[in-house]
Design a protein around this ligand. Structure first.
Ligand code: GLN
Length: 539
């Protein structure tokens, strides 16, 4: 049987509930438990796959090919584990499955209602995510009081009394504002949000208070009293130098004491030594390198969350600060690559969709190739290396990806109309296919070529596994021509081109997959690690 920890948010959003949930999960995992994680998103979208990264941040892809909320990425990076589709669901998914069952006669004439049917479906999904784990940490998106959140609140309330549930623990994450003019910290918003929770029937057993300043003891006491929790169960969450320091700061406040008491977990002594060493290297590294990060969603860095985090992981393992020089690809089009990238030790072109900034990215690739600067191109960043090579080395005028020019005379990157998906099933893709549901998603194996950078990066592994999220593929019709001219295919998956390198270049790698999705603090991704190493060693 599984025990459940529910994490709700109060006062306002963006309090770092995801990191809080991940930190609690991490401490329990390091205490020896099998910990599962679940993020519930109250929005109506079936998944975040078609949501703008500008609005919602990155879409994180799980091993089994689900497009999920970026918090799942936080969970994987903290717990050093792969979570599956079942680790994230939305209101849209809940309603779809209930309606589908109703249409197929699954309710035998009943009137379908929020209570019990929608709430029942939510409870079932939470329990399913908990199966096989000692503890499931459930993060409920949104803020207490949101209309969309109500059925979920009701579901977790009901689970307190569920016979199949071994124990529940409720954590409420809130904000303690500081009013400068009065020189005071304010507990009222937290009190109100706890009252709102209690009105729904949930009494939180722990308050995690985000605050700019440390909470004085007397304030903690007052907060405990007014929120009806034990003073030991008021945990402060101050702004940290790195998010990876948060589990350790929680541990110092003895966060596990009341969790363990309520859930009867016994005495807990999480081993955080290795973790702590890595955190120290993030905060005070010996070396430094500058990566020119070429992208288009620079207004919202959350769109590249996994990638920027992976650079931090690699830095921690190499004792280096990886400084990111954000370079807007459209600005390259105006000012030229040299002007914007000359101070960088290496160049990284990230993935993306749509034609904005494409030519600037191609110029950045040309700059890295010609000047022998270490280069990593991810997904679109690989596809465009083929286009650049075709135009500038093979002399194929107008070469492009059909994503940007359907009529290109040289479709270096094209749309294959069928491929085998992860489960070996045939998938059909055309220009008319619906946007959601036509991507190559999730983990695929990739066979590496002997002597290649990619094989070396993965310690000589002949087959590696990485995750994908893209619609287009490198066109094998140009492979022989490219290879003859020095651009070598060094990774393949069932005939699909997965990685390319350039002969004689010190470090140039394009990968069709997204290596950032498998990078964790404790086990950084191998291709990104090798790239950062090359960046550190660059003159
Ligand atoms: N737009 C490209 C494609 O769909 C690349 C996608 C990406 O970089 N994730 O294939």
């Amino acid at each position: 049987m599984t025990k459940y920890i529910f994490v709700t948010g109060g006062v306002l959003s963006s309090l770092g509930k995801g990191i809080t949930a991940a930190s609690v999960g991490t401490l329990l995992k390091h205490s020896g438990f099998d910990v599962g994680m679940l993020k519930i998103d109250p929005y109506i979208n079936v998944d975040p796959g078609t949501m703008s990264p500008l609005e919602h941040g990155e879409v994180f892809v799980t091993k089994d090919g689900a497009e999920t909320d970026l918090d799942i990425g936080n969970y994987e990076r903290f717990l050093d584990a792969s979570f599956l589709k079942s680790a994230n669901f939305t209101t849209g998914q809940v309603y779809s499955s209930v309606i589908e069952r109703e249409r197929s006669g699954g309710y035998l004439g009943q009137t379908i209602q929020v209570i019990p049917h929608i709430v029942g479906e939510i409870v079932n999904r939470i329990k399913k995510a908990g199966e096989g784990h000692d503890i499931l940490v459930v993060e409920l998106g949104g803020t207490v009081g949101d209309i969309e959140g109500l059925p979920f609140m009701e579901a977790i309330r009901q689970m307190k009394h569920d016979e199949e549930v071994e124990g529940t623990f409720f954590i409420h994450v809130t904000l303690i504002p500081y009013i400068k003019a009065a020189g005071e910290m304010k507990s009222k918003p937290t009190q109100h949000s706890v009252q709102e929770l209690r009105r729904i029937g949930i009494t939180p057993q722990m308050i995690i208070a985000r605050s700019e300043n440390a909470l004085p003891k007397t304030f903690k006491k007052k907060l405990a009293m007014s929120c009806d929790v034990h003073p030991d169960s008021v945990i402060e969450a101050l702004d940290a130098a790195t998010i990876y320091d948060i589990p350790v700061t929680f541990l110092r406040q003895n966060i596990l004491k009341s969790i363990s008491k309520e859930l009867e977990l016994g005495e807990l002594n999480p081993d955080m030594e290795e973790w702590d060493t890595l955190v120290k290297k993030i905060v005070q590294p010996k070396h430094k390198t500058v990566v020119g990060f070429v992208g288009k969603y620079l207004e919202l860095k959350e769109a590249y969350k996994s990638l920027t985090e992976s650079l931090i992981h690699c830095g921690a393992h190499l004792d280096a600060r990886v400084e990111i020089e954000w370079v807007d690809s459209e600005e390259i089009e105006e000012k030229g690559a040299e002007a914007l990238l000359a101070d960088c030790d290496s160049v990284l072109v990230a993935g993306g969709f749509g034609s904005r900034g494409i030519e600037g990215k191609i110029q950045a690739i040309e700059y890295a190739r010609v000047n022998r600067v270490p280069y990593l191109g991810i997904c679109l960043g690989m596809q465009l290396t083929l286009v650049e090579y075709a135009r500038n080395i093979l002399g194929l005028e107008g070469a492009n990806s059909v994503e940007f020019d359907e009529e290109t005379p040289h479709p270096m990157v094209y749309l294959i109309d069928n491929f085998l998906d992860q489960n070996g099933g045939a998938q059909l893709r055309t220009h008319e296919s619906p946007m959601g549901g036509t991507l190559r998603l999730g983990e695929y194996p990739c066979d590496t070529k002997d002597g290649s950078l990619i094989q070396k990066a993965y310690n000589g592994a002949k087959t590696i596994h990485e995750r994908h999220r893209h619609r287009y593929e490198a066109n094998p019709a140009y492979r022989a021509q490219l290879e003859k001219a020095g651009m070598i295919v060094t990774g393949e998956s069932n005939g699909l081109i997965e990685t390319v390198e350039i002969e004689g270049h010190p470090w140039f790698l394009g990968v069709q997959f997204h290596p950032e999705f498998t990078s964790r603090l404790q086990t950084p991704n191998a291709s990104i690690l090798a790239f950062v190493e090359a960046s550190l060693n660059a003159e």
